[in-house]
Design a protein around this ligand. Sequence first.
Ligand code: GSH
Length: 216
Amino acid sequence: MTITITAFERSPDRGRGLARDMRVRWALEEVGEPYEVRLVTFAKMREPAHLALQPFGQIPTYEEGDLALFESGAIVFHIAERHAGLLPRDANARARAIAWMFAALNTIEPPIFDRALATILERNEPWYEQRLHSLELTIGKRLADLSRRLGDADWLDGAFSAGDLLMVTILLRLKGSALLDDYPNLLAYLARGEARPAYKRAFAAQLAVYTAASAG
Ligand SMILES: N[C@@H](CCC(=O)N[C@@H](CS)C(=O)NCC(=O)O)C(=O)O
């Protein structure tokens, strides 16, 4: 059955792979499932057809036969449940990998995403510096704890899992900021994620979309 996901026709991140279709593309590449992409504009995302798939008018969505899903975490989880390679077989190890998926989405992503939004939308507010400082304090605490837990391991809990996949895509938003400077093990963790052939294929695919949109 054909898998179709949605992605931005012209991603605001200019092809840096930070939009959330990237994690879905990467998961599909890891498990070797081919997929098609329906590109959408911001206007299309507010139309009834898209809102029926994604109640908040966002990307990504996932369609496969009569299944339609939204929320990138739920989509990655679905892919990991249906195909080998992203979740361990052992029940306890699997539960721990799922806990890392939730940690990435619930504990690590919110302050990182809020910081990114603040730098775009709140830059001219009188309280901007204070807000940025407070978000960066929270992020710093999270990174320190994550770095301590990762230690010198390659991945968060044994073999690479969907938990690592989500964590890497989320932390990559900080690449180039000074926030990761104190954590060489997290930088190495990101580099390991980016070096995976499946990541590279997914990144190239989303970049090709942006490049084509810019040329057109
Ligand atoms: N929690 C959702 C967030 C989806 C989301 O924020 N998507 C962004 C692109 S990365 C989007 O569509 N933004 C446009 C908007 O919110 O209107 C998920 O993980 O799928």
